[in-house]
Structures are given as structure tokens and as C-alpha cells.
Design a protein. Sequence first.
Length: 324
Amino acid sequence: MTSITRRGLLAGAGAMLAAPALAQSGYPGSRVVTIVVPFAAGGTTDLLGRILADRLSARLGGKFIVENRAGAGGNTGAAAVAKADPDGYMLTMGTVSSHAINPAVYSKMPYDHIKDFAPISQVASVPNILMVNLDLPAKTVPELIELLKKNPGKYSFGSSGAGTSTHMAAELFKVATGTDMAHVPYRSSGQVTQDLLSGQIQLTFDNITIAWPHVEAGKIRALATATPKRLAVAPDLPALSEFIPGYDASSWHGFFAPSKVPPEIVARLSAETQAIMREPAVIEQLKKLGVDPVGSTQAEFTAHIASETKRWAEVAQKANVKIE
């Protein structure tokens, strides 16, 4: 039996076991379930949160809505959910930032990303792309590395916030290449893109969902993907690992509940999320954006968080990234 088949059977069994308890509790019933997106509207996390809200509303017969609570690299929104009543009516779309990177870079966290949350499912993996302003005299990764080494500290990169995956992708790049750039944090990817277009910053790493339309329009130059391998949607774009062996700074997004939410509710939400990520229409929609649907089990997601926490803690230490 394949692992995919086993996963499907286990998810189905979990849903069947949870169904009687859910029927008794009436979840979600007539109450609104809020999915907190800890970043601004319009970004990848927001997009995925709205897809989940729409499909869960249809599948569970309740009303799921998205509420954006941006700030502190995802900490503000995630903290609100960590402290929410553990009844299943406030959930969150977490990311590699809020649930792997931030604990390593923030000197004081408003929540414990392991103890305060019940992982539901990893929803998707999203490639980050290395892009530069068209006026920057570097058309390839080797040319960019050479330019940065000759001009330490002269050029700046933007990110969607200190400690976010887009920030740490650049820090990993700096450590791996021995280069130095100034970091300019923003509150959203949209702001980063606008300043990259205007030349206020010279380069950035950002989710392909945000960046690719500008690359295709010829307004921004893409140099490489931050994934270990080239992307099917952009086969001519090299992977940074082709120049920096082992380089990987992919972004991921996952679904979380407060830790004390009844396990039967978490199990049902996990089974439904896995099913949603296997829906052909959802797969097609996300693939067009360069997003890889995942839909992992609770156990798989828990293991992934532990691995990513360790990996990014090592990067933060090497890059000496600390946010007060």
C-alpha cells in the first residue's frame, strides 16, 4: 500500500471517528468560525486562508471567514489565536515565519509556537523567488554575488517583515555567499514590490504568487528560485542550489488551532483540509500561481514544524539575526 493511500485511509478513519462527537457538539453550527491571517490582505497567506474559508464553509455547512491581523512578522495575529477560547471558533493560517523562524529571531515571543497550538495540516508550500530591480547591473546569480562582494553594504533588500521567510531567505543567501546587504522591512509584500519597481530597494526574495506577474510583464528581473529544484511553472529559471549547494528557502503555510481545542474538532478540520487540498479545482487554481498543495496529516505537520524550527534556528544564529 502506498503512503498516499495509507494517508487517505487514515484521514478518512479520523473523520469517521470525529463525526459522532462533532454531531453532538454541533460544530460549527450557526456560529461564525474566524480564520486569522497574521499578514495583510492580498498576500499568499491571505489567499490560502480565503480558499480554506470558502471550502470549509461549503463542506461543513457553517460560516468560515478570514480576518487579517498583521504585525510583528505574524506574531500579532498568531498570539491572538493562541490566547483565544479553545472552542474551535478562532483558528489561524500560520507560516514558516510565525511557527518556525520567529521563535529563533525574536528575543521575546508572545506565544509558544509548539505548546500553544494544535497543528491541523500543512496547507501548501510556496516558492520564494530572488528578484532584482531592472537597473541593477546583475543579470545572473554569479554576477549578483560578484557585485555585492565588491560593494559591501551598498545595496539593500526588502522583505515583508523582520523575521519573515523573505527576510531569512536573504539572510541565508548572505551567509552562504559571504555578502553584505542592508535590510529594509515592510508590512506587506505589496509595499516591497512597489519599492523594488521604483528602485528604492535593489533586490528581494518574495513568494512567486506575488512576484511572477511583474516578472512576466518585464518590470522586474528574476534571477533564481529559492527552492532546491527548478519550478515547473518557470523551467528556465535556475534554482539557487545550482550556485549555492544545499540552498533552500521555501515558504510554507499551515492551519492551526489553539492547543486545547477538542481533539475531535482538530481531527475533523485536518481531514477536511487534506481533502480540500486534493480537490482538482483547488489544485488547478494553486498550480497556476506556482503554489504546491500539501494537505499533510497532523503528525506529518508536527514533524515538519520541528524540523523547520531547528533548521531556521541554525540560520538565525549564523546570520546573527535578533529582533528586540
